[in-house]
Design a protein around this ligand. Sequence first.
Ligand code: MG
Length: 245
Amino acid sequence: MAKKRPSTLTWLFDLDNTLHDASHAIFPAINANMNAYMAQVLGSAGVPADAATVDAARLAYWRRYGATLLGMVKHHQVREEDFLREAHRFDDLQKMIRAERGIGRMLRRLPGRKILLTNAPRRYAGEVLRHLGLQRHFAQHIAIEAMRVHGRLRPKPSKPLLRKIMARERIAAHRCVLVEDTVGTLKAAKTLGLRTVWITRYLASSSNFPGLAAPVQVNLIKRPVYVDVKVKSIGELSKNLRRLR
Ligand SMILES: [Mg+2]
């Protein structure tokens, strides 16, 4: 009997610390921006807004909700757009972007449709992709503003969000590959039956930014059970396609 030809894959790509090195200059700036904005919001409500309190709140919200933004909206009634704008103010973003050479070529070697799936705001994500010349590789950009389920903001690692994207794009979970540096999101995707790729290249540096990137809690030598392929960089992915089919 003829073997059924496998249908093509759909790829969901994270942006920060997956396609480029956000820890180099961008995360430090976002961290400082968030802290300044949170100090202002907390301070104006009469809450102590010293650095330690703000830092603790930022981390607590990130752990509890997966995004600091959600905690600030829920507990401090900030507007999403205000928070995102303030957190992503950069003097010269293009100068802050650092990525591997040939990343476009590496993406081209991966067969199938590619969708950008980032918890970052649309404007910032667009600027980073443009600077790296990667826009045309992605059929679609899903930024945080578009991560809504039943009207509520549900950024990664939300399972309802992933389910909604699968349904809308008519993707079977097992034909979909999530490429990410954040293990929590890979874990959520795996429970829904997606294939998972863990990019580890920027992990060591991202652990300096708890609240933006995953602190490295997982043993780096070992591949967690919810990770199908663990690679340092996107470039190594084309050699591992077999394990994603
Ligand atoms: Mg990331």
